[in-house]
Write a protein that binds this ligand. Structure first.
Ligand code: PEP
Ligand code: MN
Length: 349
């Protein structure tokens, strides 16, 4: 961390910075220029809450961090990309095949989820998604089947062998969700539900951590850090679009640049969710391609037997046929990307 003093800062101001730095275990190097003094702090920056600890001192103009604010999730801590098994025989991360998670927004009926699971599997999806507890903005809309939804997901898994990812909305449901799901989904709205993240960190299930709709990349990685700090290192990040000023044509702005940025900062796997990222069926295909091209480890795609009549997120859900077609194209693009990445390291280009 570097503390840049005001030109008019006195020696006493500089001493206060040095004392505070030493209090927190930093070594200091003082660079006294003609106009300004700069104090370099050497030590573990993750031990302090943030630059404001020094910014608030008199005579300080600006403080710059050098280290990233997260540790366990960082590439500096672990150089190799994390690869982990989310279910026997199903891995994510590193140079593993692109992992596609697909299914309806919500589990609605037994017949619907069974049909969807079979279609998803036949087209090459490796994980079945489906919400049993739905975060809905408006009350009096469909909020999911709850426990019945979890049981139906389990039934679909027993039938197809596809592992399940489903959202946990209330930490009181943790045991029930863990019993039926293979991956715990933390939704965008709960990315900063810190008490939930703490508890999920103690669970021994992989976690799909969606990016909060207004979360910066550092905030998102700090949420991952929190889960990891509590003992669970199997965190998969999911870029699902962020809020911006133009919501006329898309539900969110899918930030595909987050993928190469995360790849630089973190060893954790990251997937892209073009369904929630755009909110529009006609944009899902191209944004899936963008996700693959960006270097994502997987995709999350919503599909439904009858999107027109879906109880949630119908406008962004693909039909089975559209999904099947898209999966073929995704495989082609994946092989092109593999070739390109072999000859040129795009991540560091
Ligand atoms: C979902 O996956 O159905 C969902 C509600 O996603 P998000 O939290 O990204 O809005
Ligand atoms: Mn949805």
């Amino acid at each position: 961390m570097i503390v840049i003093m005001e030109p008019e800062a006195s020696q006493e101001h500089v001493n206060k910075v040095i004392n505070k730095a030493q209090e927190y275990g930093f070594r200091t190097i003082i660079n006294q220029g003609d106009l300004q003094t700069v104090v370099a702090l050497i030590g573990d920056e993750t031990k302090i809450s943030g630059p404001d600890l020094f910014e608030e001192l008199n005579g300080v103009r600006r403080v710059e961090r050098i280290q990233v604010p997260f540790k366990l999730a960082s590439k500096a801590y672990k150089h190799e990309d994390s690869v982990f098994e989310i279910y026997p025989g199903v891995k994510i991360g590193g140079a593993e095949d692109l992992l596609v998670m697909a299914g309806p927004c919500s589990v609605e009926t037994e017949e619907g989820i069974m049909q969807t699971a079979k279609a998803a599997k036949a087209s090459g999806a490796k994980v079945l998604r489906g919400g049993a507890y739905k975060p809905r903005t408006a009350p009096r809309t469909f909020e999911g089947l709850g426990e019945l939804g979890l049981r139906l997901l389990k039934q679909a898994k027993d039938e197809t062998g596809l592992p399940i990812v489903t959202e946990i909305m209330d930490i009181r449901d943790l045991d029930k969700v863990c019993e039926n799901a293979d991956i715990l989904q933390v939704g965008a709205r709960n990315m900063q539900n810190f008490s939930m993240l703490n508890e999920i960190g103690k669970a021994q299930k992989p976690v799909l951590l969606k990016r909060g709709m207004s979360a910066t990349i550092d905030e998102w990685l700090l949420a991952a850090e929190r889960i990891m700090h509590h003992g669970n290192s199997k965190v998969i990040l999911c870029e699902r679009g962020i809020r911006s000023f133009d919501a006329k044509y898309t539900r969110n702005i899918l930030d595909v640049s987050a993928v190469p940025i995360i790849k630089k900062l973190s060893h954790l796997p990251i997937i892209v969710d073009p369904s929630h990222g755009t909110g529009k069926r006609h944009l899902v295909r191209s944004m899936c391609f963008a996700g693959v091209a960006s270097g994502a480890d997987g995709l999350m795609i919503e599909m439904h037997p009858d999107p027109e009549n879906a109880l949630s997120d119908g406008p962004q859900s693909l039909t089975f046929e559209q999904f099947d077609e898209l999966m073929k194209e995704i495989r082609e693009l994946e092989s092109v990307m593999r070739k390109l990445n072999k000859t040129k390291n795009l991540v560091t280009a």
